[in-house]
Design a protein around this ligand. Sequence first.
Ligand SMILES: NC(=O)c1ccc[n+]([C@@H]2O[C@H](COP(=O)([O-])OP(=O)(O)OC[C@H]3O[C@@H](n4cnc5c(N)ncnc54)[C@H](OP(=O)(O)O)[C@@H]3O)[C@@H](O)[C@H]2O)c1
Length: 236
Amino acid sequence: MTKYALVTGANKGIGYEVVKQLAESGYEVFLGARNEELGKKAVESLGLSKVTFVQLDISDSRSIQDSVRTIEGMTDHLDLLINNAGIALDFNIQPSEVKVEMLRDIFNVNFFGTFQMMQAYLPLLKKEKNSKIVNVTTDMASQTMFDNGEVHPLNILGYNSSKTAVNSLTLSFSKELGSAGPEVLGVTPGFTSTDLNGNAPGGKTTAEGAEVIVQYALSETDYHGKILNYNGIIPW
Ligand SMILES: NC(=O)c1ccc[n+]([C@@H]2O[C@H](COP(=O)([O-])OP(=O)(O)OC[C@H]3O[C@@H](n4cnc5c(N)ncnc54)[C@H](OP(=O)(O)O)[C@@H]3O)[C@@H](O)[C@H]2O)c1
């Protein structure tokens, strides 16, 4: 049976490379992008017949519902949902200085957007026995690792806590779904130089960051409810 994957925020960065690697692994991939022009350009530059553009702004409930209907018109099931879209607006702003409006904007995409994506796509994912949801997160969202100084000490409350909340989504949905599926896991690509961090030097390439996500997306090991980095399970 044909395998189908949907990747959000895939017109550039890590998501774009995840689309490429999944298509090269044989998946029919829906490349989600909020901007139609950028999304179509990305599909064109990949030049892979297995990739289809889908308009998808995860901060917009209607856009999410429309994307479900569009995808239902092309497949009766979904094997993989990669919740990759994300924003980080508060780099270099201390918690005592960040504006509540900015925190709301970050949570609106990273947390509420991912939450709505999970709810909206469950019916299509439930049609396939071995389906998975991969929520892209960061090791800076691990309270244990942040507290122990095991991660970059960037104290960006909005971004980090929104991803901690995404980790809670991963755990909560996995507890509800149990063994019925889909499997739900969180994966951090590790520091990758992208627009998100102003292409800060010293990070992985987007292909390397994407590889970590794709490796777990295609793994046959059960990681239901776990948060993972390239090395394996990381603490909450
Ligand atoms: N880079 C790192 O070091 C790193 C480390 C750990 C985790 N991550 C995570 O990896 C994921 C990908 O990030 P990246 O580094 O590849 O960043 P990026 O290059 O900035 O890409 C982010 C993508 O998300 C999209 N996006 C933003 N808001 C959206 C919305 N409301 N609806 C749909 N798409 C939206 C962007 O679209 P536009 O082009 O339209 O803005 C873009 O396609 C994020 O979840 C990020 O938190 C990154």
